[in-house]
Structure formats: C-alpha cells, structure tokens
Design a protein around this ligand. Structure first.
Ligand code: HEM
Length: 464
C-alpha cells in the first residue's frame, strides 16, 4: 500500500502554525535527526504554507539524487532567491539549462586544469605556512577558522579568475568578509516563512546588499580583465589559464550562455568553494585535536610523504595519502557541512511505497544514515582507518555516505576540495603542534546553509 504525505507520522503541531515554532533553524539538522529516531526514516513536518517531508533513508535519497535534473529539482524557492540576486549558475539551473551549465563548469574544474593550477595552490599554502609560523613565533592564540576561509577564498579566486587575492596576508576589508554575510542571509531567506525582506530592509539586509554588490563589482571587473587578456593574447584561446578564460571562450560557441551565465557561474564557484572546504577543515581540526592517536598517524604519514619539504610540492604525491584521506572522509561522515539538501519532484512519483506529489518539498537529512551502526560499524566513532582497505570495518555502506551529494549533480569541486584538505592538513601537522584552546565540549554545530563549527581558538607551536 502506498503512503501519501498526509499519512506520514510527525511531531504534533499547532493550528495554522504547525511545527513552525518548534524548529530551531540554526540547529535544525540535529532536530531532524532526533525526530527521525522518533518517527522513522520518512516523516512529515507541518508548516504554515507547505508541509515538509523529511527523508533520512539512503535508498530513497539515492533515487532522488540520481533522478535529476528532470524528475527532481532543487527547491524552487532557492532558485528564486539566487536569481533575484543575479546568481544564475550551475547550482540553481535545472533541466536542459543545467546540462549546458554543468558541461561548461566541468571543463574548468577537470583534473588537467587542477594540475596546471597546482603551482598557484603551492604559493597559497606557503603563505598560510608563513602566517602560522609567525603566529607560532609570537605564541599567539589564533582563529584558525578565519585562516581557512581566507585560504579557500584565495584558492577559489585564483582558480576561477586567475587572480591571486592573497587575503591571507591582508588585514580586514577583504572579499572574504563580504562572503561571510552572503551564505547566512540566503539561508535565513530560505527559512523565512514570509519574505519580509522584499518589503522592508533590516540592517542585516542592507549589509547583505552591500556585500553582494561588492562581490558583484569584483566579478564584473574580472570579466572585463579576462576579455582583455583574451583579446591581447589570442593564443590564450587555445590554452586558457583559468576557469574564467576557459568559460569565456566556451561561451562564444554557445548562444544560450551569455554574460549573465558566465557571471552566475563565477559567483557560484566562489560561494560553493569557500565555506564548504573551510568548514570541513575546521571540523577536521576539531576531531584531530580530540583524538591524538589519529593525529599521530597523520603526522607520521605527512613526514613520510612530504620528506624534507614543508608542504606537498609534487602534485602526483597527493595520491599517496591514505590515512589523511580516511581523516577527510571520516570528518565528512561525522560532520558533513551540507547535511541538508532540499528538492521537489516535477511530477507525482512513488519511491519505495511513498507517494510524493509534484512540488512537494523534500528535505534530505543525509548525516543520520551515515552515523547509524546499520550503515557504518560503530557509526558514531571517529575511525579514519575504516577507509583503508586492510582495516575496513565489516559494515561500510557507501550509499549512505553522500557529503558531496550524488548522481549527475554530485559536487564538481570534490577533487579540488580533497586536494586542498590534503595540502593544508599535511603541512599543518608536519610543521606545527596544534593545541585546542577552547574546550571541545564548548564547540557547537551551527547550521547556516553550511553546517559549521562555532568559534574556537587554537595555539600553534613549531614542531622542531
Ligand atoms: C569539502 C568541500 C565541499 C563539499 C562538502 C561540497 C558539497 C557539495 C554538495 C553536497 C553539493 C550538492 C550536490 C548535489 O546536489 O548532489 C555540491 C554542489 C556543488 N559544488 Fe560542492 N562541495 C565542496 C567544495 C566545492 C568546491 C571547492 C567547489 C568549486 C570550486 C564546489 C562547487 C560546487 C558546485 C558548482 C556545485 C553545484 C553542482 C550542480 O548543481 O550540478 N564545491 N557541493
């Protein structure tokens, strides 16, 4: 027998408001997980405008992820919010339009480009090392999370625009300060039951407008410079040096891919590549300082692979990291920065006996399954060795591990993100002793589009 949305279990709500007042937006992923314990793998939350179906089941999750971009699309409200701000790129395109965006974006993020781009990454890693070295010399207590955000914005902008922003060595007023205001506000607007911001603007709205306008100006400027470089040096057309040049050349062949789309994808890359990787790095530090035996193995592996170098100097050596890759997988299993994905079916569909109507909002909470013992042995335990063939645990269900999403729309920045994580963690632990100053129990999960760690402080000392 098929189960429809109205037959699903779920927490009791108030008349008209439903469960709205029960939802703590900045902690909603944990609430969704607790309700999954109580109401099962598919349940309903009643909300004033439209009810929400929450799914934690990996089989249904995989089917939805694979059936995009036609049978399921991203939450349409997200697209409306992004388009209103002129962000029209691969993340919010759907159907045939998405096929075109994805093709263009994939060209710029492929492994060949990543390898060409490696020397720029090296310079950024060196700057980060030098900053931390000074911090260690001065015995300073530092905000490592902010350094990670600067690092990822520098990496993404040099990949996307071919421009080394060098926010690591700048104080204040940098693009990363603007970026910090954008994600949380988009998240707030997605969760706002009524779009008040369309009628009146709060101080926060005005700050967000300013941040977006600054980032927009920056991107416009980069596009002008990119066009000029291509005009001045036509040879670049055959061998573009960065994502911007590649996409500008490719766009000339595609009638439906104009300036709006080029810009939308540059903004998308900046947004998608910064917080996600930086917050994953922050969670890795949180876990490694909590589990010193894992840290020890990472130090040994880094010494072995880096040899006399302070950081990874040879691109191909990144394939040698085994335990470190286990650390990044395990970090993303326990602390995924995108544990909530929102979709809508474009037609009535039935999956595993559940019927979802066209336009029904579906919230996939993806962490819950990945920390259950039925999918991963001792699911809640941090055990990087489970990702190594020789020490794999008996239960290891890859279908329940989707930190980068899945199906045709899985994250195209995955390889770059993994390389960044490998380069930063191996450099950090090979050269410095890392001491957590803030007690681990004071560090909380905060949901603000990405799931990040609350502020914590670190002290670094030189290892040798
Ligand atoms: C640890 C770091 C990262 C994580 C955990 C992450 C996670 C994700 C997730 C969960 C999605 C949604 C996938 C889906 O709908 O199936 C996504 C999409 C996307 N990510 Fe990432 N991401 C990371 C880093 C990056 C980087 C570095 C870039 C680019 C520089 C990037 C670019 C994108 C883009 C363009 C999309 C949209 C793809 C589409 O809709 O076709 N991401 N990412």
């Amino acid at each position: 027998m098929s189960i429809t949305e109205s037959q699903l279990p779920g927490p009791k709500g108030l008349p008209i408001l439903g469960n709205l007042l029960k939802i703590d937006v900045n902690n909603m992923h944990n609430q969704m997980e607790r309700w999954a314990e109580e109401y099962g793998k598919v349940y309903r939350l009643s909300l004033p405008i439209a009810n929400l179906v929450v799914i934690t089941d990996p089989v249904i999750t995989q089917i939805i992820l694979k059936n995009r971009p036609y049978k399921f699309v991203r939450m349409t409200k997200l697209d409306r919010i992004l388009r209103r701000e002129g962000i029209h790129g691969v993340f919010n395109a759907e159907g045939d339009e998405w096929e075109l965006h994805r093709r263009m974006v994939t060209k710029g993020l492929d492994v060949k480009h990543q390898k060409d781009f490696f020397p720029q990454m090296l310079r950024t890693v060196e700057r980060l090392h030098n900053k931390w070295s000074k911090n260690a010399d001065n015995g300073e207590i530092i905000d490592l999370q902010s350094d990670f955000l600067r690092f990822t914005v520098d990496i993404t902008s040099s990949l996307a625009f071919g421009y080394e922003m060098n926010t690591i060595e700048q104080d204040g007023g940098v693009v990363q300060d603007h970026m910090e205001k954008i994600f949380p506000m988009i998240f707030k607007r997605i969760n706002a039951p009524i779009p008040w911001y369309k009628v009146f603007r709060t101080k926060e709205d005005r700050e967000y407008d300013k941040a977006l306008s600054e980032v927009n100006k920056l991107v416009d400027d980069f596009i002008i410079q990119g066009r000029k470089r291509l005009k001045d040096n036509p040879k670049l057309r055959e061998n573009p040096k960065n994502f911007l040049e590649a996409i500008l050349v490719a766009a000339e062949e595609e009638e439906d891919f104009g300036d709006k789309e080029v810009k939308g994808n540059l903004l998308t890359l900046l947004l998608a590549g910064e917080d996600t990787t930086a917050h994953t790095l922050s969670w890795a530090i949180f876990l490694l300082t909590k589990f010193p035996e894992s840290q020890e193995r990472l130090i040994n592996e880094s010494i072995e692979i880096l040899g006399d170098s302070k950081w990874l100097e040879n691109y191909d050596d990144h394939n040698k990291f085994e335990y470190l890759d286990g650390i990044s997988n395990e970090t993303m299993r326990l602390k995924p920065v995108a544990p909530i994905l929102l979709f809508e079916p474009t037609e009535k569909v039935e999956i595993e006996g559940y019927v979802f109507e066209k336009g029904q909002l579906l919230l996939l909470e993806t962490r819950y399954a990945s920390i259950q013992d039925e999918h991963f042995t001792d699911g809640e335990t941090f055990n990087p060795a489970r990702w190594i063939k020789e020490t794999k645990c008996p239960v290891h269900n890859m279908n329940s591990f989707v930190p980068f999403g899945g199906g045709p729309r899985y994250c195209p920045g995955r390889n770059l993100a993994i390389l960044e994580i490998e380069m930063v963690l191996s450099m950090l632990f090979k050269n410095f002793k890392v001491e957590m100053v803030t007690p681990h129990e004071d560090v909380k999960e905060i949901m603000a589009f990405t799931m990040m760690a609350s502020d914590y402080k670190i002290k670094l000392t030189h290892r040798n």
